[in-house]
Design a protein around this ligand. Structure first.
Ligand code: SF4
Length: 112
């Protein structure tokens, strides 16, 4: 029997202290992507859009539009272009307005 299980039964506490204290296991959770604008070109953006299964990504001219509310944190975009996309490490995405979850990322790699 795992030690944490026996300790939980003895103390009556079976959950972590989150959200009062950060939970170290949060670092292992899938998180939505973060983008490096200077690495983003239209070609890269279009590749990211093509691999996104939830249509969380779209492009408006030289802007990549990321809808964090639609993202499932699957990681496919980061796999497709690891030089331009990384994990944000942020999974607490509550917002009072849907529009607050939509981010516009300029494609700064175009200027090169
Ligand atoms: S993590 Fe998955 S769902 Fe989210 S933007 Fe990337 S490809 Fe789309």
């Amino acid at each position: 029997m795992p030690l944490w299980f026996a300790r939980g039964l003895r103390r009556g506490v079976v959950t972590t202290r989150y959200p009062a204290r950060p939970d170290s296991s949060a670092a292992l959770l899938p998180a939505p992507p973060a983008f490096r604008p200077r690495q983003l070109t239209r070609q890269t953006a279009d590749r990211l859009i093509a691999v996104c299964p939830s249509t969380a990504l779209s492009r408006q001219d030289s802007v990549l539009v990321f809808d964090a509310g639609a993202c499932t944190a699957c990681g496919r975009c980061a796999e497709a272009a690891s030089h331009a996309v990384t994990s944000s490490g942020e999974f607490e995405l509550a917002a009072t307005a849907r529009s607050a979850l939509v981010k516009k990322i300029p494609l700064l790699g175009e200027a090169r």
